[in-house]
Design a protein around this ligand. Structure first.
Ligand SMILES: O=C(CO)COP(=O)(O)O
Length: 244
């Protein structure tokens, strides 16, 4: 099973922050894949200094090239040195109205470009309180993950929207319930579904990472705020390395 610590810098970071990646590059990443997804403007510089740390994009367009002002294609991310791309983050779904079908097309573009693709799913607070979490996540998974997905190229990130940037984290039982459900759906649909890495994301910190990594079917984390500082992200990487 792959184990992955991925940092999503979101719209944060200029050249002044590249030192954080340089610090991470000096780390022993042992048996886990460490990925930093900086803004697209920093990708090629990040890739140049990242050493064993991998870099990824935060989104891509579904098309390879064309008249799409302001967008970046998966081929361009790959060319800039990326080996991963995140698609379907809840901030993209909310801010840009991305649908499951859009996300599946972006994911396929990432796969076609030879990237590893992290596909995000997760419920809002209203959906959780209405008891719809498993339905919502199941529907997103069915619509956002392309049929060509396999465990060596696709990673699923469960990010409850209400846990992102809030300091609120689901209980271990709640994480286990959703990850177990995702695992079951992936196993039913894909030959390699039992081996697809499942990341938890939402207010992961060095202080709660070990507990989260001990939850069944959690194979790593997608980290926002705490990935901006190499010392915090390093603590999360250490916790993943120390988990079974
Ligand atoms: O959205 C996230 C990662 O993609 C999580 O963000 P935080 O770790 O800041 O809650």
């Amino acid at each position: 099973m792959r184990r992955i610590a991925a940092g999503n810098w979101k719209m944060n970071g200029t050249g002044a922050e590249l030192g954080e990646i340089e610090t991470l590059a000096a780390r022993n990443t042992d048996s886990v894949e460490v990925v930093i997804c900086p803004p697209a403007t920093l990708l090629s510089r990040a890739a140049d200094i990242a050493g064993p740390v991998l870099v990824g994009g935060q989104d891509c367009h579904a098309a390879e090239s064309g008249a799409h002002t302001g967008d970046v294609s998966a081929t361009m991310l790959k060319d800039a040195g990326a080996s991963f791309v995140i698609v379907g983050h809840s901030e993209r779904r909310a801010d840009h109205g991305e649908t499951d079908a859009d996300i599946a097309a972006k994911a396929q573009a990432g796969l076609d470009a030879g990237l590893n693709v992290i596909i995000c799913v997760g419920e809002t607070l209203d959906e959780r309180e209405a008891g719809r979490t498993l339905d919502v996540v199941g529907t997103q998974l069915a619509g956002s993950v392309p049929d060509s997905a396999a465990s060596n190229t696709v990673v699923i990130a469960y990010e409850p929207v209400w846990a992102i940037g809030t300091g609120k984290v689901p209980s271990n039982d709640e994480i286990e319930e959703v990850h177990g459900h995702i695992r079951q759906l992936l196993t039913e649909r894909f030959d390699t579904g039992a081996e697809m890495a499942l990341l938890y994301g939402g207010s992961v910190k060095p202080s709660n990472a070990a507990e989260i990594f001990a939850v069944p079917h959690v194979n790593g984390a997608l980290v926002g705020g705490a990935s901006l500082k190499a010392s915090d992200f390093g603590g999360i990487i250490d916790a993943l390395n120390a988990s079974d």
